[in-house]
Design a protein around this ligand. Sequence first.
Ligand SMILES: NC(=O)c1ccc[n+]([C@@H]2O[C@H](COP(=O)([O-])OP(=O)(O)OC[C@H]3O[C@@H](n4cnc5c(N)ncnc54)[C@H](O)[C@@H]3O)[C@@H](O)[C@H]2O)c1
Length: 281
Amino acid sequence: MGERLRDKVAIITGGTSGIGRGTVDLFLSEGAKVVVGDVQDHRGEEMTLSLGPDFSYQYADVSQEADVKALIAHTVEKFGRVDCLFNNAGFGGVGGELHEIDMDGFDTTIGVLLKSVFLGYKHVIPIMKDQGAGSIISTASVAGLQAGFGPQVYSACKAAVAHLAKTASVELGPFNIRSNAICPGGIATPIFANALDLGPNAADEFAEFMKPRLAKLQPVPRSGIPNDIAEMALFLASDASTFITGQIIAVDGGLTAGRVRGLSDAIDFEATINEFLSKQT
Ligand SMILES: NC(=O)c1ccc[n+]([C@@H]2O[C@H](COP(=O)([O-])OP(=O)(O)OC[C@H]3O[C@@H](n4cnc5c(N)ncnc54)[C@H](O)[C@@H]3O)[C@@H](O)[C@H]2O)c1
């Protein structure tokens, strides 16, 4: 148990799975009070039973303004303040080539990946201004920094999230509110299974299955894990980083630094899925 977030209150969206779930554990272990907003109520309820009084879960579809507003209001009501908002919820979104993308899928993807982050800023800023301090962190992606790491609309949203973190920092700096984005590389989480519609039971198993494959993506020869991102979120939420704002920080084992000679950075997802499914039966 540490004390790096002692007396701090954090909201983590998408906190019932993957990166968000790992961040919940780390933040709690560093003394924070944590509120999770997510759409997976069954997981949220399990966490409420196991994590104790410093934790609270509330259903929030982050693409819906009323839900984001209510999540932030719930946090203030329950714990009295909001020191950190971690805009982290996400999914792979609509896929396919540009000319095939259906506009409902486009709107849904923008809603979950970009509008959500905007809504987080919109509704937490007044509270942080009143407090005279705050740290807003958003999960972008290496797909927002370089082409070829994710679906088209996903990548465009992540680039926008990263840039919003930067533009917001200029507006918010005078109020002692910091704004940064983290760009994860390949992190073994259920997101891959969810994107492929493998179903919730296979999701965690598939994340494990992906680890040796993700290990080959980048110079550091292992898969990223949720705690890698949680540690950066902890640093950005803590008072160790009070002079750091407007930054877009890759946590990617060197993936965006360059390609490892002799290693391909492409994962053949179709072959991987087929291999996974053949092992299931
Ligand atoms: N895993 C990676 O390799 C990777 C790489 C770069 C960026 N990211 C980003 O990291 C973030 C976390 O992803 P993860 O890998 O932990 O995936 P995950 O699927 O394990 O977790 C995502 C969480 O977001 C929640 N969520 C999805 N839509 C939501 C909505 N409309 N409202 C509220 N919650 C919603 C899900 O229920 C889930 O709990 C995402 O923003 C993702 O784009 C992941």
